[in-house]
Design a protein around this ligand. Structure first.
Ligand code: HAM
Length: 433
C-alpha cells in the first residue's frame, strides 16, 4: 500500500482544535482593531525580492524563500508584513489622511530551523501606525500589544530598548549604516563577541567598544534606574542621549496609560530587522524563551519605497507562539466545543431524509448550529456518536413523526424526550439550549 505523504519539512497541517485556538486569538486581535481604530488590509504572499529584502536584515534575508517565476521575475514569499504595508502607504494609500492605522493577519514564510515555536510557515497579526513621530504613537503600539496578551489572560513581560542609542554611538565613529546593521544583527542574536570583533575590524575607538559592551549589561525592570545609568554612560553623545530621552518619554506615557505589564528596559537590545529607527520591543511569556511578538519605530521605510517621508511605528504579534504560550499556561478550555453544533437531526429511514433536511434548515435560519445525520446507520448509533461529540440535543424524525407532522426532541445528557409539533420545533429547541 502507498505510504501517506508527509507535509514538507517545517510546514504544518492545522487540525480543527489548532484552528479553533488560532481563531480565538484572532478574534481578540480583531476586537482590538475595532477598539483602537485599525483598518484591516491584505497584501500578496508573493512580492518582489527587492521589496522584501531591502530592509529585512541579513538573518531574515538569508532565510527567505526566493525563486524566479515563469516570467523570470525574482520573487519571494513574504517573511513579514511591514515592508508590504509600507509599500502600500508609499503608493496606493499615499493620499490617505494621517495618522493612518492599518491592521492585518498574514501567513509568513522563513526558512528557519524547525523547532518548538519556530516554523517555516507561521501567522502574524499586525498593527501599523503611520504619520506620527510623537512618543504617544510608540506608547499606543506598546499598549495595544500588551492589551492583546492581557485580554488573552497571559502572564507576560515586555522588553523595550531604542536602536537610536547604539546607532548614535556607532555614527559618532563613522560606522556606515550597512556595517551598523551587521553589528546590530549580531547583537540581536546575542553574539556580543562577534559584534565586538566586527567593530574592532572597523577600527572604532576603545571607548566605543567599552560603551557597546557596557550597554549590554544595562538592563532591568526599574526603568528610572536603568535610564540614569545609561545617561551617565553615553553622556558625551548627543544623538544617543536624545534617543534615550525619547525612550524615557515613551515608557512614562506607557506607564501613565495604566497598562501595567512588567517592563524590562534593555539598553543593549537590538532587533534583526534593518528598518528600525527608534523604540523597539519584544513580548515574552513567563515560561517561554521565544518572543511572542515584536515591533518598533521605522521612520524611513515609506520613503525608502518612493513615498513621502512618513514616520511609522508598529508591531506584529506571532499568533502561533501566542497559542503555544496559552496552551502552556492552561488558558484554553479542555473542550473547545467549536464545530460540533448544538443539535443533530436524525431521520430514522430513507423516507424521512427530506423532512429532516427541512427541519435542520429551519433551525439554522433561527441561528441554531445543527448537523444532519448523513450516515443512516440507525438511531442508536447516531445518538451514541452525537452524545460522544458533546451535542446536547437530537431531533428525531421517524415514520410516525413524519406522518403526524411532529418530531421527537431528545435531551442527550438527561436522556429525557418530548414529542413536538413541527411548527414548534425551533422554539422548543431554543428553550432547551
Ligand atoms: P519579528 O520579530 O521578526 O518582527 O516577528 C514578529 C513575531 O513573529 C515574532 O515575535 C514571532 O512571534 C513571530 N515569528 C517570527 N518568526 C517565526 C517563526 N519562524 N515561527 C513562528 N513564529 C515566528 C516582524 O516581523 C516585524 N514586521 C514586526 C514589526 C511590525 N515591526 C514594526 N511593525
Amino acid at each position: 500500500m502507498m505510504r501517506v505523504p508527509n507535509t514538507v519539512r517545517g510546514m504544518r497541517d492545522l487540525l480543527p482544535d489548532d484552528l479553533a485556538k488560532r481563531r480565538r486569538v484572532e478574534a481578540v486581535v480583531q476586537e482590538l482593531f475595532r477598539l483602537y481604530g485599525y483598518r484591516e488590509i491584505g497584501t500578496p504572499v508573493l512580492e518582489s525580492y527587492s521589496l522584501l529584502s531591502a530592509k529585512a536584515g541579513e538573518e531574515i534575508r538569508h532565510r527567505m524563500y526566493v525563486f524566479k517565476d515563469l516570467g523570470g521575475r525574482q520573487v519571494a514569499l513574504r517573511p513579514e508584513m511591514t515592508a508590504s504595508v509600507a509599500r502600500l502607504v508609499a503608493g496606493k494609500l499615499r493620499s490617505e489622511a494621517k495618522p493612518l492605522r492599518l491592521g492585518y493577519f498574514a501567513d509568513c514564510y522563513r526558512y528557519d530551523n524547525p523547532q518548538m515555536g519556530r516554523y517555516r510557515e507561521f501567522r502574524q497579526a499586525g498593527f501599523e501606525l503611520f504619520g506620527s513621530s510623537r512618543p504617544e504613537a510608540d506608547a499606543e503600539i506598546l499598549l495595544v500589544a500588551c492589551d492583546l496578551l492581557r485580554r488573552l489572560g497571559l502572564k507576560f513581560s515586555v522588553k523595550v530598548g531604542h536602536v537610536g542609542i547604539l546607532r548614535g554611538i556607532l555614527n559618532a565613529e563613522d560606522v556606515a549604516e550597512k556595517e551598523q546593521n551587521v553589528v546590530l544583527g549580531l547583537l540581536d542574536k546575542r553574539r556580543l563577541s562577534a559584534a565586538l570583533k566586527t567593530l574592532k575590524a572597523l577600527r572604532v575607538s576603545e571607548e566605543c567598544l567599552d560603551i557597546v559592551k557596557a550597554l549590554q549589561r544595562i538592563r532591568g525592570s526599574e526603568s528610572e534606574h536603568v535610564l540614569r545609568r545609561g545617561e551617565r554612560l553615553i553622556a558625551s553623545n548627543e544623538a544617543a542621549l536624545t534617543a534615550l530621552r525619547n525612550l524615557d518619554t515613551v515608557l512614562r506615557l506607557f506607564s501613565e496609560s495604566g497598562m501595567n505589564g512588567p517592563v524590562l528596559v534593555d539598553l543593549g537590545f537590538a532587533r534583526g530587522l534593518d528598518y528600525y529607527t527608534g523604540m523597539i520591543f519584544e513580548l515574552y511569556a513567563q515560561d517561554l524563551d521565544i518572543a511572542l511578538g515584536g515591533g518598533g519605530r521605522y521612520d524611513r521605510l515609506v520613503e525608502c519605497f518612493g513615498g513621502e517621508a512618513t514616520p511609522a511605528v508598529g508591531c506584529s504579534p506571532g499568533i502561533d507562539r501566542i497559542v503555544l504560550a496559552m496552551e502552556r499556561q492552561g488558558l484554553f478550555p479542555e473542550k473547545l466545543g467549536l464545530g460540533t453544533g448544538k443539535a443533530i437531526v436524525v431521520p430514522v429511514g430513507e423516507e424521512q431524509i427530506g423532512l429532516g433536511l427541512r427541519v435542520a434548515s429551519a433551525l439554522r435560519c433561527s441561528g441554531v448550529a445543527v448537523t444532519s445525520d448523513v450516515a443512516l446507520h440507525g438511531l442508536a448509533e447516531a445518538l451514541g456518536t452525537a452524545s460522544k461529540a458533546g451535542i446536547p440535543i437530537a431531533v428525531i424524525v421517524g415514520p410516525k413523526e413524519a406522518k403526524e407532522g411532529a418530531v421527537t426532541l431528545r435531551n442527550l445528557a438527561s436522556k429525557t424526550q418530548s414529542y413536538v409539533p413541527l411548527n414548534e420545533v425551533v422554539s422548543a429547541v431554543q428553550r432547551l439550549l
